[in-house]
Design a protein around this ligand. Sequence first.
Ligand SMILES: Cc1ncc(COP(=O)(O)O)c(C=O)c1O
Length: 349
Amino acid sequence: MREHPSERIDFRSDTVTQPTKAMRDAMMSAPVGDDVLGDDPTVIALQERMATMFDKEAALFVPSGTMSNAIALRTHTVPGDEIVCDKTAHIYRYEGGGYAALCGASIALVDGEKSLMTPEQVKRAIRKAEGSGSHYPNGSLVCVENTTNLGGGSCYDQATFDQIAILAKANDCKTHIDGARIFNAAIATGVDVATMCKHYDSVSVCLSKGLGAPVGSVLIGSSSFIARAHRWRKLFGGGWRQAGMLAAAGMHALDHHVERLAEDHQRATTIAKALDGMNAFSVDMSTVQTNMVYVECTKPAIEIASELQKNGVDVFDISPTHIRIVVHLHITDDDVNAFIALCKQLFDS
Ligand SMILES: Cc1ncc(COP(=O)(O)O)c(C=O)c1O
């Protein structure tokens, strides 16, 4: 699928995806209401559909993945609590310190291998106020990302994923999944999302990344959790009115853009193998499981990104040594072949 208004090949992120013509048509014809008053039929339909898909009681449609995580963190914790997550987690790195500013929580970082935590590491990171002579904060929430963004799009194996949640519960902690790209994980592992999230209290899912909706995330959990989350959504300014036009994009994405993620994964693997075979680059192929490729460069990454940019290709230099390539619904096989040929010509002669 291309349907992109630009001739550039944009590998910066799957967030650059634009609504397709069919998605725009679905948005235009969506019945809407006032979601703050709770009567937008398309929002209600999306929330019910997501709750059913994930086999949880309820769901809440919100403007962004960051807000969805912030609401979840705030709903699960009280000030003085501590949240356990990997050191590369999006909630820690890229959400403006919301855990501190909005929740009054501290973070206990886990040094996961390629962003994937083990149950033992999580156990060691949980600190409890009780029994510490009031020295420690209260570790009350474990947050897991799947797929892992800075882990190169890699996924948890289901046994480890389950064990982390079971271990967290045994230690009196709530559990939240930052599932911005959880459908990529489901397609890559063959585990359906309900099974994947079975042991977790809440999951945040982005519609505006690989699924191609322009806006929107959905927070999913028990009825009582979502009822409390509803208040925090309002308080954070996320109560919205005729949001059904956006929910319709999400419904369309669920109908048409989930299974096709396998194509993105295939194209990412093709790119990863080709670049790994060039002297200028190397790729840790073990992390290439979904739609991302983190590429180590022998030249400064900023120079590689700039050369590519001059030749119509956009990538992020994610660190001084690495560029990141993300495949999504506007990237075709022709784009992949053109990009590989360009890399050979520019960097591998
Ligand atoms: C893993 C992860 N979580 C959360 C988010 C936040 O989503 P948003 O950009 O919609 O706030 C992102 C965004 O890229 C992400 O990669």
